[in-house]
Design a protein around this ligand. Sequence first.
Ligand SMILES: NC(=O)c1ccc[n+]([C@@H]2O[C@H](COP(=O)([O-])OP(=O)(O)OC[C@H]3O[C@@H](n4cnc5c(N)ncnc54)[C@H](OP(=O)(O)O)[C@@H]3O)[C@@H](O)[C@H]2O)c1
Length: 241
Amino acid sequence: MRTVLITGATSGIGQQLATDYAKEGWLVVACGRNASRLEALKASHPGISTLCFDVTQYEAVAAAFATLSNVPDLWIFSAGDCEYIDNGRIDSELCQRVMAVNFFGVVHCLQAAQDYLKSGNHVAVISSVASVVPLPRSEAYGASKAALDYFLSALRLDWHEKHIDLSLISPGFVDTPLTQKNTFAMPMCISVQAASKAIQVALAKRKSRIFFPRLFTGMLRFIGLLPHDTQQWIVRRLTRT
Ligand SMILES: NC(=O)c1ccc[n+]([C@@H]2O[C@H](COP(=O)([O-])OP(=O)(O)OC[C@H]3O[C@@H](n4cnc5c(N)ncnc54)[C@H](OP(=O)(O)O)[C@@H]3O)[C@@H](O)[C@H]2O)c1
């Protein structure tokens, strides 16, 4: 039986992936920091076990992974958070909080997993299409995801000989508690069920870069190819309220 480990499994995309993989007969190790939500998830399906830790604490991540009885075939690092910069006022503590979860949280998971990974294993990290084109108020969030993109792409080069597949998942807007806080329009926002399906299909093909929904992420990727000043002009016009 195949095993998948998922961080951020107590909400949104991670939670949907956990229940969908469990329904497909995978053993699921659902990871989160909220013990009661993890208990509810475990009770919802017999194939789900849980690990409770905060991804910003390396020692806690390493201790949790050390308890794994078998090495997961697939590791999906979905835990993440979003905070916006308001009125262009730089807030370094906000930036550090966002980097601690979105960038260092993933680095901690990769570091803690690296000694268990073997040839044929598959690691997937949820980034965001926000890393492709700079967006207003996204200085911290976009930078954390752009850092992940670079880190994963460089790591893919270094892990090439190990035959461990690395997938970088870059969604557009998905309807989850993370985006339900947003007060601005979210074009082409898709359901969490559709996001989970898109991720499962692409991961089964072991794709290295995964973008969805196709039209929205395709438009942003096209804008990202344009000259810098043109990109900024388009983004200013598109995001003007
Ligand atoms: N929704 C979107 O439109 C969208 C688009 C692009 C990329 N993404 C990315 O997709 C991933 C999942 O987002 P989502 O929309 O599913 O958000 P979500 O519903 O808010 O879920 C985020 C998950 O991450 C967990 N988490 C946050 N900080 C953590 C920490 N320090 N330690 C351990 N777990 C922590 C949360 O746990 P708690 O329940 O304890 O808070 C929750 O389970 C994130 O990386 C996000 O950046 C989302």
